[in-house]
Design a protein around this ligand. Sequence first.
Ligand code: FES
Ligand code: FES
Length: 372
Amino acid sequence: MTETISITVNGEKFIATVPPRTQLAEVLRDHLHLTGTHLGCEQGVCGACTVMMDGHPVRSCITFAGNCDGTTVQTIESSDDDLGQMLTEAFSRHHALQCGFCTPGMLATSRDILTRFPNPDEELVRHELSGNICRCTGYQGIVAAIMDVGSQINVPAQARTEDFRQSAFTPFEPDDSSGATSAPAAVGSVTQDKDWTVITRSLELNHPVGEVWDLFSDVSRVASCVPGASVSDVTENAFSGTVEVSFGPIKARFGGRGTYANNPQARKGHLSGSGADKNGQSNVRGELHYGIMEKAENTSNVDVEFRFSIQGALAQFNRPELVTGFADFLLQRFVANCNSVLSGGVTRPEHKIGAFSLAFAVIKAWFKRGKP
Ligand code: FES
Ligand code: FES
């Protein structure tokens, strides 16, 4: 089985017929011989393979070529516009590379940083770069180069975005063709607060507020609505649990402990917790605040604010633009499961997340619910 795709790469249209599991990096390197795009981990972790697609950075090692049909891709071979030139010269000036293996991905990410932030400070640059790994550990020069170029581009961030981006950002929107996510779309925001990623959402459940609160008050019951989550050792104000996430080659299983407290009168609650990937490569800490209100006789609103921070190999999933699409994908499944359970049904049998693995941080939030 094959599929035919059309991609514009570095200004030239390219049509190829490839097997469905072919990755964008394979097309670039093996079909187009654009070997400036490097492959390191091939698991979406190191960032070496980062290229720009429709003006936004993507991991070409975990991007199916079939999903790139109709897109515009820019690789290191054509990063010779004004911003590309400035970055290249600054990398040279600041000795921002040693072996150079990470450099194509670093330049792509640098471009993305400078299109979004005016004059980024060191803390911000280091945070934004956390998804790109340099084996030579030459971060000091890379950070200095980005800040140098940032200081030279003396225009507001929005103007820069219009100058350097070819199209508006479109968050990742997974296709859940299984049909179980009949929940209405959530509204809210995904922002950055220092090293925290903050997600706010307002969800709607088609059940009376009392029933919804009862569900949210039972940590074991609500955990069953979260894809991939399970809890154990639930006490009056603490719990332990696991979350499993699987996407292609990326598999993670997180275990941790948390505490919670609820206010049944106000129908509000909060919890906090931390955990680690069983392979020891990443650590997560998070806080969740939620409030449940009556919207209509048989309809309830659930307002949530979830803060999380990831350290380690999966730190790139702190980035709001990566989290947004998957957070909504996960929340849709969660809301659909809640509605099913509240109607006396069961949750979906599948308990792994079959999409971008950044979901694990969001999932961890959802299994940490308390009871009064
Ligand atoms: S090779 Fe793609 S992220 Fe490492
Ligand atoms: S310069 Fe060698 S991996 Fe970054």
